[in-house]
Design a protein around this ligand. Sequence first.
Ligand SMILES: [Zn+2]
Length: 156
Amino acid sequence: MNCLICDRIKLIEENNNPYFVTELETGYVVLGDHQRFKGYTLFLCKKHVTELHHLEHQNKMKFLEEMSLIAQAVQQAFNAEKMNYELLGNGDTHLHWHLFPRNSGDTPTKGPVWWLPKEELWNDKYRPSKEELDVLKEKLKVEIEKLKNNTIQSII
Ligand SMILES: [Zn+2]
């Protein structure tokens, strides 16, 4: 089976994925390879399934809850006015959320990021250096930890 998402998860498990931020119960948080939108983050499901309803109920609810927590952390870490959430999986049929921090004026229209040409969205000039990547990852990790602690406290 050839799956790009499974390949990336394997790299995380081998401690060899420079984009890896943190692990949650149902998935892995990674930064996007291209940072046209600073803070663009992905949440990779631990299970190789193609649809949300293919997950067992409890796991599905937890996956959605954790996605929401990560989105909030991304918004706080990168001061986004609005978050965009996308679960597509047409090319890579393994559940993975695209979480885009958006700000007014970041695209010529107010449309989805996918309205930008691929040459712009995936341009190599938006690949972060190792130093930039470290800064972005740390910012996001701090916010995720804060929110996780808040959730635990509200349960107690
Ligand atoms: Zn997969």
